[in-house]
Design a protein around this ligand. Sequence first.
Ligand SMILES: NC(=O)c1ccc[n+]([C@@H]2O[C@H](COP(=O)([O-])OP(=O)(O)OC[C@H]3O[C@@H](n4cnc5c(N)ncnc54)[C@H](O)[C@@H]3O)[C@@H](O)[C@H]2O)c1
Length: 382
Amino acid sequence: MAKKLNVGIIGYGFMGRTHSNAYNRVTDFFDVPFDPVLKVACGLVEDEVKAFAANWGFESWTTDWHKVIDDKSIDIVDICVPNNVHAEIAIAAAKAGKMIICEKPLAMNAKQARTMVEAVEKAGVANLVSFNYRRVPAVTLAKRLIDEGRLGRIFHYRANFLQDWTISADVPQGGMATWRLDVKAAGSGVTGDLLAHCIDTAMWQNGRITAVNAMTETFIKERKHAETGKVEKVGIDDACTFFCRFENGSLGNFESTRYARGHKALYTFEINGEHASIFWDLHDTQWLMYFDHRDEGRMRGWRKIHVTDHGGDHPYMDHYWVPGLTVGYAETFVNQLADFLTAAAKGEPCSPTFREALETQKVCDAVLESAKSGTWVEVPEE
Ligand SMILES: NC(=O)c1ccc[n+]([C@@H]2O[C@H](COP(=O)([O-])OP(=O)(O)OC[C@H]3O[C@@H](n4cnc5c(N)ncnc54)[C@H](O)[C@@H]3O)[C@@H](O)[C@H]2O)c1
């Protein structure tokens, strides 16, 4: 029988829900070496954390995250709180010898991320940053096709992450639901929130980004702060566009905004290689578009691959229903957890580790610096 692993989740919002769902479902679909037990849920508001704990089947709850760390029975600390609280919790959890899953972006900036990397590496604890889009079966398949060399030399990588929920000037900054608009809680705007996903996927698929040239804009300069009630300057980037160079010689083009009317969460990427191209769209999660110039001329065209096949053809899909039937957003977290538990049992790292997520953080920092200076910024290797 799989060894029980006691889980403490800190944060019961959007990500608290997706992670709790994953812990509850992972053993239903994967033969993992550990059996997670939802031991304690933590969050700021007592009534809410109590209801959350009851809904997802946690044994207990608390409003003080230190209690989760101090609890010797807890094996995994799962960090689902706003970005400004990640470091303190992660470093304390590492010192206490806990395995750690931390939501993205790893930290407020690369300097802070480095302290987190040091903490987990010194403690030798299993660690993972939740860049969950890597575990969309179609995205994992794209990575496999690139690694097999099917695209040949890569020329272009472009990605977009578009939303439209902050266009109204009435949306406040700060507070429970809108901490993302408060630079003190979020660190940055769309760069750390949305582009971090695109950058993580891009570097995983196409290697290191070496230099960036960025442009950001804050369209609404002042917003009421939900906690103070005062109208305050907005410190986040509402939109960000950047060009970059990859170490392999290819060029990158990234755009993110929360001002693209009509788009709720449109994450797309396209990779153009010498022989073939790949395109993926989060709204069509289970499809991967693939064009291969080596196909017979009269039959050449974009293939629309339904990534639902079994027999090891399509990543993760053997664990789910029957060929042709789909999985969605929630399963990216189940897949991620299955990989983490499997790696942890073997004492192996599970990507993206804190160290790998530091690379994304460095690119985010360089993007923001470039937007400020209006010049190209090199991404430091160390
Ligand atoms: N992987 C993804 O696709 C993805 C998607 C959304 C959010 N995120 C990340 O997940 C994290 C949480 O985002 P969210 O959307 O779930 O936020 P949310 O606002 O829905 O929930 C935040 C939770 O944190 C709790 N919290 C805040 N400060 C705390 C403290 N000091 N101690 C204990 N609990 C505290 C709140 O009570 C709340 O339950 C962020 O880092 C965000 O960037 C990742």
